[in-house]
Design a protein around this ligand. Structure first.
Ligand SMILES: Nc1ncnc2c1ncn2[C@@H]1O[C@H](COP(=O)(O)OP(=O)(O)OP(=O)(O)O)[C@@H](O)[C@H]1O
Ligand SMILES: [Mg+2]
Length: 422
């Protein structure tokens, strides 16, 4: 059973989800067994970016009765001669568009979610399709964003990424306040309250409706209508504790990325969702020919054969940072380029999480002068993610399980049995 499922989504297409998801999963697999699942079932993104033979894929899961773990493809030795990625596997989407496998309904979705929840890996990374429909949002965690990818080169993708946050929160609120929710057994006038709450939700969701701009305003109106009800506090906590994690792809420098991507992203979130969420930038990936050529050759950049670069010597900054870390935390940052000590995945060590993160940032920053190296970017992103996986609560980053509406309702109303929908 996975310790954590981490979806990579973007709302908008073509911003680098598959590139980030694939290389991130590869990078994670050096620390613990990791499976990448292609949920972009229409275009087989992952199988197009990793060109190894696939025996079983989602078609075999849905049509041929294979278990999902039987549909995991590993890398052949020729792709991984040093055995660095032995902990990696992927579940490919179907070869061609097959309507019932591509656009599966609720029953198939529930079956796939259950199977993902049982995959034999510590980490499961989901490569999502573009869009905000239920076949995307139902696979996302409901207490945080998973990893959102957007790029300074496509401003509309920035807005789409923040719309995902809104979609996740609304999915949860729609379930909590659905007509069949036990919530209405706890109020005086269930019929009027159902109408009122859902009208308010419609109003916030409707961006053309200026009356209720975001969830903060919704909570104020809900409090005015319901008075002091425990569900209000729970809903407020849902919004307040929501964590947003993002990666900037095709990064073009701090100032440009801030002005054209980060700032509009945050502004849109505040305007349409809430100003109370916590945002984390997990890192960036530079625009790189190596990445693009790797994708075109169906061999991700992290699996490219070594290019014979000389090992970088530690710089003065690296040595100083190492001394600082030793002094302040008792930990050591290793300024040498990463060479995994063991080809077998090593479990993340919480004690060195911070040092690992600083070490990766340090190398990424100092090497930028000569040449932007996407490998450093993925090292840093992975170190940041491992830090969260080690330290944060499971609800803060990704999800321990993909859950359906019934489970979400139970978490809100542990004692209440749902009444049938009207
Ligand atoms: N950092 C990068 N540097 C150079 N090219 C990149 C980078 N990231 C992505 N690309 C290129 O951009 C294109 C889209 O990337 P990718 O397929 O990863 O995006 P996506 O969001 O998964 O797209 P889709 O929505 O179609 O699934 C590909 O041609 C890829 O090679
Ligand atoms: Mg893709």
């Amino acid at each position: 059973m996975p310790k954590r499922i981490i979806p990579v989504s973007s709302g908008k297409g073509g911003v680098g989800k598959t590139t980030v998801a694939t290389n991130f999963a590869l990078s994670l697999s050096r620390f613990a067994p990791t499976i990448l699942v292609d949920l972009d079932t229409g275009t087989s993104s992952v199988r197009n970016s990793i060109g190894v033979p696939v025996a079983n894929d989602l078609y075999h899961f849905f049509r041929k009765g294979r278990r999902l773990d039987e549909c995991v493809t590993s890398l052949p030795d020729s792709w991984d001669p040093d055995g660095l990625y032995r902990g990696f596997g992927f579940v490919a989407g179907p070869l061609h568009l097959i309507e019932e496998v591509t656009n599966f309904g609720p029953e198939k979705k529930a079956r796939l979610c259950d199977a993902i929840n049982e995959l034999p890996a510590d980490y499961v990374v989901l490569d999502m399709k573009a869009g905000l429909d239920a076949n995307v949002v139902d696979f996302l965690p409901w207490s945080n964003s998973g990893i959102l990818v957007f790029t300074p080169h496509l401003p509309s993708a920035t807005l789409a990424a923040s719309d995902i946050v809104k979609a996740i929160l609304f999915r949860k609120l729609r379930i909590v306040f659905s007509p069949s929710s036990p919530f209405y057994t706890q109020v005086k006038d269930p019929r009027t309250t159902t109408l009122l709450v859902n009208d308010l939700l419609d109003e916030v969701e409707d961006v053309y409706e200026p009356g209720l701009p975001n969830l903060d305003a919704f909570l104020v109106d809900l409090a005015a209508a319901l008075g002091d009800h425990p569900v209000l506090e729970q809903v407020a906590r849902t919004v307040e504790h929501f964590r947003v994690h993002y990666v900037l792809n095709s990064f073009n420098g701090v100032d440009e990325a801030f002005d054209t991507a980060v700032k509009p992203f945050v502004e849109n979130l505040v305007r349409t969702v809430s100003e109370r969420m916590t945002l984390t930038n997990l890192g960036w990936v530079v625009r790189s020919d190596e990445i693009h050529q790797g994708n075109c050759r169906k061999r991700p950049v992290l699996l490219a054969p070594p290019d014979g670069r000389p090992a970088a010597r530690p710089t003065r900054g690296e040595r100083e940072l190492d001394a600082l870390i030793r002094e302040t935390t008792g930990l050591t940052a290793d300024p040498r380029p990463r060479k995994p000590v063991s080809p077998v995945p090593v479990r993340p060590d919480p004690e060195s999480a911070l040092a690992r993160e600083l070490d990766a940032l340090n190398r990424m920053y100092h090497r930028r002068g000569n040449r932007d190296d996407p490998r450093d970017n993925f090292d840093y992103l992975t170190a940041r993610a491992l830090h969260l996986l080690d330290r944060a609560r499971p609800s803060e980053f990704g999800t321990a399980r993909l859950v359906g509406p019934a489970e979400i309702l139970r978490s809100f109303f542990p004692g209440g049995a749902a009444r049938p929908s009207r």
